[in-house]
Design a protein around this ligand. Structure first.
Ligand SMILES: C[S@@+](CC[C@H](N)C(=O)[O-])C[C@H]1O[C@@H](n2cnc3c(N)ncnc32)[C@H](O)[C@@H]1O
Length: 216
């Protein structure tokens, strides 16, 4: 899905993937995933997720990457924050406290500009990348991570013949192949009951979500 697709979705206010609460994976697995003090956390393809402000409120240095500026400014508006606009390397960014959102294409962005990340939280990122670009996407995730970093990745799995996507299905075999060169992969949760959006997925037998922990 290219930039114009996402711009169009934002302009039309079609944001079915946006959650009205902090993602429960962060709430449930956060105590383990985030233990050990303040981390530098990357949230790729961040949209306007409430997870950003939640992570920053817990003292972490949070960096979201998003190419639609409306998404970025809305995050701060909805959190009641007045961000400072700054240039980070060649990129436009908005910052309030420890929350920094950068307007950039994740595939194009120079990862050295931000410095290495300790944690990566991917919900609605990998699953929205065209399947042919997934390997490149995973390489991008890796390029932002320090040695020994951890990523938590939430994906959908469903019968792809029943729905065109996005979001696309990332079955276990594909996930494991994509992250095979990492230090470790562990399935934290498989949930076959909670697919809320897109509506089309509710009618496909066996649809679910998986949450993976990746040792990078
Ligand atoms: C499905 S939404 C998920 C947003 C967020 N992660 C969440 O869970 O609410 C995907 C977001 O990624 C943005 N996006 C898509 N491709 C991107 C890219 N290559 N670089 C930066 N942002 C991108 C879109 O504009 C959109 O806001």
């Amino acid at each position: 899905m290219d930039h114009s697709y996402w711009e169009g979705e934002w302009r039309a206010g079609r944001l079915p993937w946006h959650g009205t609460a902090v993602h429960r994976d962060l709430v449930d697995f956060g105590p383990n995933f985030l233990q050990g003090g303040a981390h530098r956390i990357l949230v790729p393809l961040c949209g306007k997720t409430l997870d950003l402000a939640w992570l920053a409120a817990r003292g972490h240095d949070v960096y979201g990457i998003e190419f639609v500026s409306e998404a970025i400014t809305t995050v701060f508006e909805e959190a009641g924050l007045e961000p400072v606009e700054e240039q980070v390397g060649p990129y436009r960014s908005w910052r309030s406290g420890t929350l920094t959102l950068i307007q950039a294409d994740f595939f194009e962005m120079d990862s050295t500009v931000l410095g290495p990340m300790d944690r990566l939280w991917d919900r609605g990122g990998l699953v929205n990348v065209d399947p042919g670009r997934r390997a490149a996407y995973v390489q991008r995730l890796r390029s932002f991570a320090r040695a020994g970093a951890q990523a938590m990745v939430n994906v959908f799995s469903y019968d792809q013949t029943g729905f065109d996507g996005p979001p696309f299905s990332v079955p276990d075999t594909d996930f494991k192949a994509l992250f095979a060169s990492m230090r470790g992969i562990k399935l934290l949760r498989r949930d076959k009951t909670r697919v809320r959006q897109p509506l089309a997925l509710q009618h496909i037998e066996g649809t679910g979500t998986e949450t993976w922990l990746v040792e990078m």
